[in-house]
Design a protein around this ligand. Sequence first.
Ligand code: ADQ
Length: 476
Amino acid sequence: MSRLIVISNRVTPPAPEGAASQGGLAMAISAALREYSGIWFGWSGQSTPEFTGTLNTQTVNGVTVATMDLEDQDIEEYYNGYANRTLWPLFHYRIDLTQYERSFGEGYARVNARFADMLAPLIEPDDLIWVQDYHLIPLGRELRARGLKNAMGFFLHIPWPARELILTLPRHRQLVESLFHYDVVGFHTEEWKNAFLSYVLHDANGMALSDGRATAFGRTVLPKAFPIGIDAQGFAALAAAPEAQESYKRIIESKARRKMLLGVDRLDYSKGIDERLLAFERLLSESPDLLREIFLLQISTYTRSEVEAYQDMIARLDALSGRINGAYAEMDWIPIRNVHRLHARDELAGIYRAADVALVTPLRDGMNLVAKEFIAAQDEADPGVLVLSRFAGAAAQMGDALIVNPFSQEDVADAMRRALSMPIEERRKRWRTLMDGVERDDVMAWRDSFVAALKEAHASGQKRRPARIAAARWDG
Ligand code: ADQ
């Protein structure tokens, strides 16, 4: 069997069960690699004043991880710069927050070339190469320029934006052209894939072929939707295990028979946390009968602390929840529990299980794994209700959730009201359909369908590539 080489910006070795949680992407990659021999390659998360070019290799829980440190300037220009100040906000429709700086583009190109230099010697001809996410779009092109002819796929974990937005990016053509050096480019949904195709057809003079592939820039690629999932059975078992019982019991006791609405997010402007709190405030103001009967547990963890757009988010969230609590709290009831703690997986599973309603209301999200984890953690005899944004990729698969427009406080408040009073039969029926989908389209299915498409596209495509690939410029 071919080895699977997974490359992502950050490599976080698989955590032992129950340890502090990894992010969504890390969870998915650990699960994907567990059954394949191969390597997980990427940045260690550490920095050095100068780039050392040293590779650290270790095997953790059956997964071989190879990491390198980056230098301080790389982190500033590539990670905090092009990745998180340019591409992340742009791809999440926040051009007001998007920064376009030439030095960011140069750093992005330099780090992708470093990844290719360090990775290329580890690759064997039969290896399947699977590059993850927006940090590494040009990596395939860099590897091809170093002579690699392997099957090579790319998966984008965030939305692909509308073409009107991506046209604001200097050197957008170059970014898209890079994707045509892969055999397969994966997206979470048809919507993101179609947005990519729209650029290819209208702005790159490309064509969509009848077999699903697209041509442009003299090359052919297969763009395809592969919705990511979770380890559904593993997570469901975790939620029912004794370790999860502890957090479950703590919540049940502290609920004092009140109903709990739950939000769990990385603290990010794309997740719509402020808007959710405002919708909750609206619910309190419109439904006096619910006062003292409900509360919102909002768990949000701080990330990307070096990027300005994130720095005032905690203060804003604390001020907003403080204001709402000040207006509505009584001596023995607080409407919002505002928590910034990172929870262990089992603890989190117990919290999901104890919730009556989950509020997953991002303004824009590639998929959103919290929605799937919440469903997997429920007790089937008494399941909670999922309120889900139509702008999360997950909405394309989870139509039995209460689908809302997160920009409308009225819409979200109405959905909260409906969720809180939903009869048990309807809750069970909706949950069953959602759980069937979460189990069927799990992370193993995601991995297997991507790898199968990659093998097939590579075998049938065997691309004609020019012998020499011209050097790319990213300083525009
Ligand atoms: P993220 O933006 O990180 O992922 P998401 O898919 O919701 O978003 O994953 C978050 C993960 O972090 C979940 O597994 C969740 O359990 C965990 N988490 C969040 N807060 C936590 C806390 N306080 N304690 C413990 N764990 C916590 C990106 C994209 C998404 C896409 C994923 C996977 O932005 O759209 O779904 O990649 O492709």
